[in-house]
Design a protein around this ligand. Structure first.
Ligand code: GTP
Length: 172
């Protein structure tokens, strides 16, 4: 699957924990383009799993996103974004800078996500969190266009995620 992106846009990666957002973002985009909630939790609290640092981490992430968009730089938000209020913040930010909000959804089967989660030592929460995120993602899929995402790409499985490519286009 080739994802066509305008040269300047705000990309929301959308997917449950373990769906491969950070891996995909690292492959398709330059390091400075991807703002990861995990990385910002480390920056503000030394630990990507300190969830009570979320407020500070997202404040810092959005501060940097605004600086980038003000410079006309494509920006990717690497967070689960399975909740509507998280995505609304992204759409509102894109509108603030008059850039297109784009969603790239990593829609993996629950069993695969649970297996990956069980194999990870770096995510100290239970499988119920993954199940809840999968349900939130399912509910989200049909709402993304209506929320304001101008282009939505759904990668429906690990193979599609692994094969995804990005083409940046001057005119969109
Ligand atoms: P969170 O940060 O927890 O939201 O996860 P994420 O969606 O950013 O996924 P990430 O890219 O960090 O990958 C999570 C785990 O899945 C890591 O252990 C990866 O090695 C593994 N993983 C990522 N992509 C693949 C894949 O295509 N196949 C397999 N088997 N594992 C993968």
């Amino acid at each position: 699957m080739t994802i066509h992106l305008p040269e300047l846009c705000l990309v929301a990666l959308v997917g449950a924990s373990g769906s491969g957002k950070t891996t995909l973002g690292g492959r398709l985009f330059a390091p400075g383009e991807v703002l990861s909630s995990d990385a910002f939790r480390v920056l503000v609290a030394n630990d990507e799993n300190v969830l009570d640092a979320n407020g500070d981490a997202f404040d810092a992430l959005y501060f940097v996103a605004r600086k980038r968009l003000a410079r006309g730089l494509l920006t990717v938000i690497d967070a689960t974004n399975v909740q509507a209020d998280a995505r609304k913040r992204i759409v509102d930010l894109a509108r603030e800078f008059d850039v297109l909000p784009v969603a790239v959804v990593l829609d993996l089967p629950e069993e695969e996500l649970l297996a990956r989660h069980a194999a990870r030592a770096d995510r100290p929460f239970g499988p119920g969190v993954i199940r809840q995120q999968v349900q939130q993602l399912r509910r989200s899929l049909r709402r993304l266009q209506g929320e304001g995402f101008r282009h939505v790409t759904v990668l429906g499985g690990a193979q599609e995620v692994q094969a995804a490519q990005v083409v940046r286009e001057r005119l969109y």
